[in-house]
Design a protein around this ligand. Structure first.
Ligand SMILES: NC(=O)c1ccc[n+]([C@@H]2O[C@H](COP(=O)([O-])OP(=O)(O)OC[C@H]3O[C@@H](n4cnc5c(N)ncnc54)[C@H](O)[C@@H]3O)[C@@H](O)[C@H]2O)c1
Ligand SMILES: [Zn+2]
Length: 386
């Protein structure tokens, strides 16, 4: 009897990340061209979901979308534009995903139709998830509206929602068909949201590109003063580094290595502990500070370099510690967070640390005692070098 048939195939993905200004203004023909170029058969439907926070700050957006897309011959806009909760609220309650799936059913959205999500990383994650599971995958368009989603999450391949307070517990790997970064959305972000997204750029610079870190250090003042051109440059480079990484390594994370999660193991725990009051980017800044100081404590990273990292985070007005990460050693939240990360990752624990600015190094264990020392050093504002 024959006992085995071996099977192997690969699927290739290709999608473009567009950088533009005023995506839905009539003079901007980018979207119109996009649909026209992809038309191949019957005119596809397009369902649009907008982040409530974005809709509030851009009160004419829904009308603008209609004015732009209704006359387009290569796409059929579903007249019901869905406004969905912004921020972690959309990821914390499954009913929002169900609402998208219901709309897919009601409006006859098929696998050749498009669902466009306009919003911050949380809305993109939740709508992306609904889009990936309805009909086993509908074409997904992303229009990220925050610094963080334009430079990091918007062009990634992951989506997901939270489950019982656990971040991204449910989700899929599913690339978009295109991403449209419109810098005009960034104008309405408050200062906290503006600054917090920069931490993902600091993260990727620290593990991959020392020259980019130097550039961020030199431009910290302009970034804090909200210089739009400097931010455009930051977002472009950061997006490029994320994309290169995704294409070059292990996009669907079959292995245990997740370099782009530098600073994230503790960040996820802090977000959860704070009831998502601490923004993802803020939590990442604190996570970067923690893992940087840990790297210095265990002798991987020169203390001067660690001090430089902390100074840049502070120059960007990003936090480097939060009181929720204090506590007694026996049931310290960071140690619980490490265990949760181990579980979420599966396989062998792999954590990215730094051996130099621009060079990440993976380890497979963190020493509890040194994690707590790093947290205590940040809590007490201890200087690493005098
Ligand atoms: N899938 C991934 O690979 C990946 C990567 C990184 C982060 N994330 C996720 O992204 C989420 C964080 O995303 P975020 O930092 O973009 O914030 P967010 O989506 O949580 O949004 C924060 C707030 O800003 C509002 N908002 C969004 N755009 C706005 C605009 N232009 N003007 C005014 N208000 C606006 C939202 O309504 C919300 O209230 C987290 O859930 C995180 O887990 C996912
Ligand atoms: Zn992140």
């Amino acid at each position: 009897m024959k006992s085995i048939i071996k099977q192997k195939f690969s699927v290739s993905y290709q999608y473009d990340i567009h950088f533009t200004s005023g995506l839905f203004t009539l003079e901007n023909r980018l979207l119109s061209r996009f649909f026209a170029e992809r038309l191949d058969g019957p005119v596809p439907k397009l369902l649009v979901a907008v982040d409530e926070g974005v809709a509030r700050c851009h009160p004419t957006l829904v009308d603008q979308i209609r004015d732009y897309l209704n006359p387009e011959p290569a796409v059929q806009l579903v007249s019901d534009i869905l406004v969905v909760p912004g921020g972690e609220a959309i990821k914390n309650h499954r009913e929002h995903v169900d609402r998208i799936i219901e709309a897919v059913d009601r409006y006859g959205i098929d696998r050749h139709s498009y669902i466009m999500a306009i919003g911050g990383g949380a809305v993109l994650d939740a709508i992306g998830y609904a889009t990936a599971v309805a009909h086993r995958g509908i074409r997904h368009l992303r229009v990220p509206t925050t610094v963080l989603s334009q430079n990091d999450s918007g062009m990634g391949v992951k989506n997901g929602i939270n489950y019982r307070g656990k971040k991204n517990f449910v989700g899929t790997f599913s690339p978009p068909v295109a991403v449209f970064n419109d810098n005009r959305f960034l104008l309405t972000l408050d200062d906290r949201a503006w600054a917090s997204g920069i931490s993902e750029a600091v993260k990727v610079a620290l593990i991959k590109d020392a020259a980019f870190f130097d550039w961020i250090e030199a431009h910290a003042g302009s970034l804090r003063r909200r210089d739009g051109e400097v931010m455009d440059e930051l977002i472009f480079r950061c997006a490029e580094l994320h994309l290169q990484h995704i294409a070059g390594a292990d996009p669907f994370e079959f292995g245990s290595s997740r370099p782009l999660d530098f600073g994230h193991w503790s960040a996820h725990k802090l977000e959860q502990l704070s009831g998502f009051e601490v923004l993802h980017g803020e939590a990442v800044a604190i996570g970067i500070a923690l893992d940087t100081v840990y790297s210095a404590i265990v002798g991987l990273l020169p203390p001067q370099d660690a001090q430089r990292v902390l100074s840049v985070l502070q120059a960007l007005e990003l936090p480097i510690f939060h009181p929720l990460l204090g506590g007694a050693a026996a049931d310290h939240p960071l140690l619980a967070g490490l265990e949760e990360f181990r579980e979420h990752l599966g396989g062998r624990l792999t954590i990215m640390l730094l051996s130099a600015i621009g060079r990440g190094v993976e380890v497979h264990e963190l020493e509890a005692e040194n994690v707590l020392r790093a947290a205590a050093a940040l809590q007490e504002g201890v200087h690493l070098v005098n």
